[in-house]
Design a protein around this ligand. Sequence first.
Ligand SMILES: NC(=O)c1ccc[n+]([C@@H]2O[C@H](COP(=O)([O-])OP(=O)(O)OC[C@H]3O[C@@H](n4cnc5c(N)ncnc54)[C@H](O)[C@@H]3O)[C@@H](O)[C@H]2O)c1
Length: 358
Amino acid sequence: MEKLRLGLIGCGGMMELHAQSVHECTKELEITAVCDIIRERAEKVAAVLNNPYITTDYTDMLDYVDAVLVALPHDLHYECGVFFAHNKKHVLMEKPLANSEEECLRLIQVCEEEGVTLMCAYPVRYWPGVVKLKELVDSGEYGKVMQMSIWTEQLTNLGELHWSNTARIGGGQLFSHGCHYIDVMMWFLGEPVTGAHVGSRVGTPWLMREGSSMVTLKFASGVIGYHGATWGARGSKQKYSFQVHTEKGLLEYDHFSGVINLYQNFTEHRPDDSDSVQEKRELWRLGGQVTKATEFEISHFVDCVRNNKTPLTNGPSALQGLRVIWALYDAEKQGKMADLRGLGLKDELYEEERLIIE
Ligand SMILES: NC(=O)c1ccc[n+]([C@@H]2O[C@H](COP(=O)([O-])OP(=O)(O)OC[C@H]3O[C@@H](n4cnc5c(N)ncnc54)[C@H](O)[C@@H]3O)[C@@H](O)[C@H]2O)c1
């Protein structure tokens, strides 16, 4: 089978990571074109690839590609995605899918009408440790899920200039980074019905919006979820931790050690019991190094294009996650709990959501 010809657009920090990951996918695809408005950046990414076409204008790339991976500033996602979809090219779009509800809906619709695959590049859903955790939870071996918590704690200070334009690169922590984990929680737990967010800039003055973010969600099943994150951690115990409390114990995927552990048989808590006893059992361990690991999402994208499958992180599911985030932000401003019911789209657009495209 011929390899998918993939073009890379926007050769900043994220694309440098993708360029390393594509080496894992050389059986399925070839990077045939690379673009950045700053030519040296495109050349730097191209230098680790097999002599692709280099350009500073992505509209030049059409003859070289079947699909594109877009890692542009947020405000350019929509116009770039629509351009390639109209030219029958498949689109793997970095998060966020686009900056507004209307842009997301139009992009989804154009891709649907042109018959091309649209996938949001959410690597976390495809990480082997997260996939394995989901498999363990779904197996039923550990009983029903009671609660899921995801922590991400890191120090991300790229300077005030980087973050100065919210529309370009940064919403707050929740929009720009938390979107991965809202997506993961919805994948594990289904539709959220209500929730709240609080965010703060304290300790992260280089950001225009919140650098620390806490979200609580309640899902239709009654299960509750929590996401606690900061870009201002000067130290961390949790780092990236995915924890699921079930009736039979706590399952934890610790991303930086690449291990899933089961904690169980906890002694019942008593006031004088300072040293509670529990058993810890390793259930799974990642072979190899922990990296950004975007090769798994890229492989999934190629499989979907080749075999006409719907991506797990397709347009409608990415939009639902963003709608949850926007509803949480709105409710936070109003000092209310957010109503998160009915924010999902079907794979096909609802009639009332179908837009007239001039
Ligand atoms: N999946 C993840 O974990 C993750 C992590 C970081 C960033 N991202 C996403 O990746 C995207 C890029 O983020 P980044 O941190 O790499 O930003 P960045 O600013 O480092 O890179 C953006 C690049 O786009 C180029 N560019 C700007 N306008 C262009 C145009 N019209 N044509 C061609 N190139 C153009 C810039 O020169 C720059 O090199 C964003 O959508 C961001 O949300 C995803």
